[in-house]
Design a protein around this ligand. Structure first.
Ligand SMILES: [Zn+2]
Ligand SMILES: [Zn+2]
Length: 230
């Protein structure tokens, strides 16, 4: 059983996520003509989902390939959960909603605070309004990402989730299996997985690793031993 304070912190993160992004949504609705809002919503969803998929891939790649689970702060918060996931892919399906989604809710909060601080006027340009709506949709997609990843491992996900997976609108078990079966060196994106074919084919993460090596950050021992086994 995880310590009580961590379970409370997960619940507080989810609550703060709901409050902060509801305030952003209200700010957008209050300052937007309905027609413009509808167009912004339609445009924002694919953009935000692609950005969230890319962000999920970058964070996952970094956590898989760099640093050590004993690294202060980032180790227990980021590195160890991904390493645990490789040792025991079904562990996250046993976690409750707050444990799965709490951290992701927390990392989006600075964006919400910036939007609330900047504000949105009724006479703002469409581009400004679109930025606010895309950021809101991006935060929702980031919040959903760990749950979508967990559902891709769940032997019996809810029926509507399975339908979304089959339609490839969210990460499917078949697409995500490439990450686990390849030895963890590809298909890092875990929101929808839409970007994985492109990033895998272009070997984008291998190129990124060469760039990171040039600035002196070395691969984690575990990543190196996985490379040797492959
Ligand atoms: Zn996985
Ligand atoms: Zn991984």
């Amino acid at each position: 059983m995880r310590p009580l304070w961590i379970r409370l912190a997960d619940r507080a993160s989810v609550a703060a996520f709901v409050v902060a992004w509801s305030a952003v949504a209200w700010q957008i609705v209050r300052a937007s003509p309905p027609g413009q809002l509808a167009i912004a919503l339609v445009c924002s969803v694919p953009i935000a989902v692609l950005l969230a998929d890319l962000a999920s891939g970058l964070v996952h790649w970094f956590a898989d390939r760099y640093l050590d689970p004993k690294t202060p702060v980032l180790g227990p918060m980021l590195i160890e959960p991904f390493r645990e996931h490789h040792r025991d892919p079904l562990a996250m399906t046993r976690h409750d909603f707050f444990e799965v989604s709490g951290n992701n809710g927390l990392v989006t909060l600075p964006l919400a605070l910036v939007l609330l601080f900047v504000g949105l006027d009724a006479d703002a340009s469409f581009a400004t309004r679109l930025v606010h709506v895309v950021t809101l949709a991006f935060a929702l997609a980031i919040f959903a990402t760990n749950q979508l990843h967990a559902w891709a491992h769940e032997p019996t996900p809810p029926g509507f989730v399975r339908r979304l997976q089959r339609a490839r609108l969210v990460l499917s078990p078949e697409a995500h299996a490439l990450h686990h079966e390849s030895g963890f060196d590809r298909s890092y994106c875990v929101t929808t997985g839409w970007l994985n074919p492109l990033l895998d084919r272009t070997r984008a993460f291998a190129a990124l690793e060469r760039a990171v090596a040039r600035v002196g950050l070395e691969l984690a021992d575990q990543a190196r031993s996985e490379d040797r086994e492959r």
